[in-house]
Ligand binder design. Structure first.
Ligand code: A3P
Length: 337
């Protein structure tokens, strides 16, 4: 396959996440593929393409294909998987803190105090493989920790075939939707105005938002987790909120570094939870003023982090429509929210 050029800066003053991959810069093979895919308009003067049942921007599609073709999973890797706005930032912070607790105790020099979780645990298709087919991963020490929003069917084969661990976090789709709508408005250029909630809702329910449809994303991992519980851990944001200590202990166990009795006695679990709390992270200077690698303000990733915030934004009709989708698409598989 011909080497691809990096995505072009079609507007040097735009943050990277808004810079579109120019289709002309893609290889012939990619151009031909994209031309065959169903297409819809996105919310940022861009378009999204339907690939294997899921909607991706041109950038993310490019990153996905690069990652599928070139990422080689190690048996010791840990992959964090979420749908956008399901608590990715929180899961990244917690898992990073658990894994690195011997090197970095929860002291004043912890990396999470000066670096946003997204820069400590990069996305495969959204960062590492976005602009290059061969990112240099040599600085990642074992076990390597990565993140992705990719649905199970789009994961690189080496991830599915190796013994690497997958941690999937999902969230009540109603809260996910509300969070997504706020986030989209925050990162949209002011000149484009707010996205009407009804418009965003319609697309969310049709599944035509980036990484949609949410039900197939969640279902793919739910089914796999039932079949291969030793490989895939299926977590819920709501459980993490309700019983964080239990979930954190289970998570540590799953990724192969369970807490010792002494650590539990010494409140290490509670210390990690405090370090990674919304209140703590969102008030750090780095998260009030910094930007993540791809140009989004760090503060856009922190809002309320509550369970049930949807009640403040959805009408009864909207709530019932999502209930129906959940019942039809997920209920028959035993999955409820
Ligand atoms: P809300 O918009 O409902 O407040 P993601 O990280 O996948 O982009 O999801 C963002 C959501 O997770 C936002 O939800 C955000 O407030 C919440 N969040 C971010 N960091 C968190 C943390 N440390 N603890 C709990 N929730 C957090």
């Amino acid at each position: 396959m011909a080497a691809e050029k990096p995505a072009t800066c079609n507007h040097p003053t735009l943050p990277r996440y808004l810079q579109k991959v120019e289709v002309e810069d893609l290889s012939r093979e990619r151009k031909d593929l994209i031309a065959t895919l169903p297409k819809e308009s996105g919310f940022f003067n861009n378009c999204i393409h339907q690939y294997n049942g899921f909607w991706l921007t041109t950038n993310r599609l490019q990153g996905t294909l690069n990652c599928q073709n070139h990422f080689q999973a190690h048996d010791s890797d840990i992959l964090l998987v979420t749908s956008p706005k399901s608590g990715t930032t929180w899961l990244k912070a917690l898992t990073f803190a658990i894994l690195n607790r011997k090197t970095h105790t929860c002291s004043h020099s912890h990396p999470l105090l000066t670096t946003n979780p997204h820069d400590l645990v990069p996305f495969l298709e959204g960062v590492l493989y976005l602009q290059t087919t061969m990112p240099d991963l040599s600085s990642f020490s074992s076990p390597r920790l990565f993140a992705t929003h990719l649905p199970y069917v789009l994961l690189p084969e080496s991830v599915k075939g190796s013994r690497c661990k997958i941690v999937h976090l999902c969230r009540n789709p109603k809260d996910m939707f509300v969070s997504f709508w706020h986030f989209a408005n925050k990162i949209r250029p002011e000149t484009q105005g707010l996205i009407p909630i009804e418009d965003f809702f319609e697309k969310f329910c049709q599944g035509t938002v980036v990484y949609g449809p949410f039900w197939d994303q969640i279902l793919g991992y739910y089914k796999e987790a039932l079949e291969r519980p030793e490989k895939i851990m299926f977590l819920r944001f709501e459980d993490l909120r309700r019983e964080p200590i239990k979930v954190l202990k289970d998570l540590a166990e799953f990724i192969g570094c369970g807490f010792s009795k002494d650590e539990v006695k010494g409140n290490v679990v509670e210390d990690i939870l405090k370090l990674c709390s919304l209140e703590n992270l969102s008030n750090l200077e780095v998260n009030k003023t910094g930007k993540v690698w791809f140009g989004i303000d760090n503060k856009a990733y922190f809002r309320r982090g509550e369970v049930g915030d949807w009640k403040n934004f959805l009408t009864i009709d909207m709530s019932e429509r999502i209930d129906l989708i959940i019942k039809e698409k997920l209920g028959k598989h035993g999955l409820k929210f």
